[in-house]
Design a protein around this ligand. Structure first.
Ligand SMILES: Nc1ncnc2c1ncn2[C@@H]1O[C@H](COP(=O)(O)OP(=O)(O)OP(=O)(O)O)[C@@H](O)[C@H]1O
Length: 267
């Protein structure tokens, strides 16, 4: 395990940020001089106190929000707008209420071109992979919160994007559902590795899923620690009880600093 490792600027990184800063119109400096490099098959979790700029960082990589300093590259190209090879999933599943599960999963294809039989087969396969057989023709309001997140995960996979950004995707579901969704995400990543950046407040989830856990400082967000997760794959829930896992989780926890106001309240 290593901490405070400088960002790897070797060639071949899928996502590369150099000195990235973001100041919003009202003067809030959300991110300040952040360096990060994520490999093409790497799973990186990002943790940090509330408001440290995690969502802003993902939105910058997704091309949804412009950075105000530094450079952001995906597959060696500067990010100036949303890209097809970058898929994003939010805390709320953001499904279209008037479309069935199947139609929601097909949406990324439909936005680009006509849906072919192969697309239909792939969407059904993905829904099956996420245990949604029998629910292909249900509408979102007929599904539980966890099932809706599964549809959103299937839709993310349907984009075929080599870079997947997940912004606290399981924050609104109960603990047991979260565990199941974690396992499904692990299974998918271990089968179809992609460059994944996963924002979470949950340290166990961060460590269980990732190859590296990035800890951000309070706002303006920078990298406080870069913790390598040397645990074998495939991962299992049982691993979370091992001393090795606990040691890594503790290193991550110790790296998280609270904003000054919260620190004063805790004294
Ligand atoms: N559109 C905006 N305009 C002005 N300030 C913003 C905007 N979006 C975010 N901010 C501010 O930038 C800072 C970082 O916000 P961000 O949502 O990225 O943090 P976060 O780490 O994802 O927080 P949380 O963990 O609570 O979701 C916060 O102080 C927030 O108020």
């Amino acid at each position: 395990m290593s901490t405070d490792v400088p960002a790897d600027f070797s060639t071949g990184a899928a996502v590369r940020l150099r000195g990235v800063g973001k100041r919003f119109g009202g003067g809030v400096e959300a991110i300040g001089g952040l360096d990060l490099s994520v490999g093409s098959e790497e799973f990186v979790s990002i943790v940090g106190s509330s408001g440290c700029g995690k969502s802003t960082l993902l939105r910058i990589i997704a091309g949804l929000v412009p950075n105000t300093s530094g450079s952001v590259e995906v597959h060696g190209e500067p990010v100036v707008a949303p890209r097809r090879d970058v898929g994003m999933m939010f805390q709320r599943p953001a499904l279209l209420a008037w479309k069935t599960s199947l139609e929601n999963v097909l949406l990324p294809v439909r936005m680009r071109r006509r849906v072919e039989d192969d697309d239909l087969r792939e969407a059904m396969r993905l829904l099956g992979l996420f245990h949604l057989e029998g629910f292909e023709h249900h509408f979102p309001q007929q599904l539980s919160g966890g099932m809706q997140q599964r549809v959103a995960l299937a839709r993310l996979m349907m984009t075929g994007a080599g870079v997947r950004l997940l912004d606290e995707p399981f924050g609104a579901v109960d603990e047991l559902t979260r565990e199941l969704l974690n396992l499904e995400l692990l299974r998918i990543h271990e089968r179809t590795a992609s460059s994944t950046i996963f924002v979470t407040h949950n340290i166990t989830e961060a460590v269980l899923l990732a190859d590296r856990v990035i800890v951000m400082t309070p706002r303006p967000g920078r990298i406080a620690a870069d913790v390598a997760v040397h645990l074998e794959r495939p991962r299992s829930l049982k691993m979370t009880y091992s001393p090795r896992f606990q040691e890594i989780a503790l290193t991550v926890r110790e790296g998280i600093q609270l904003p000054q106001a919260d620190r004063r309240r805790g004294e």
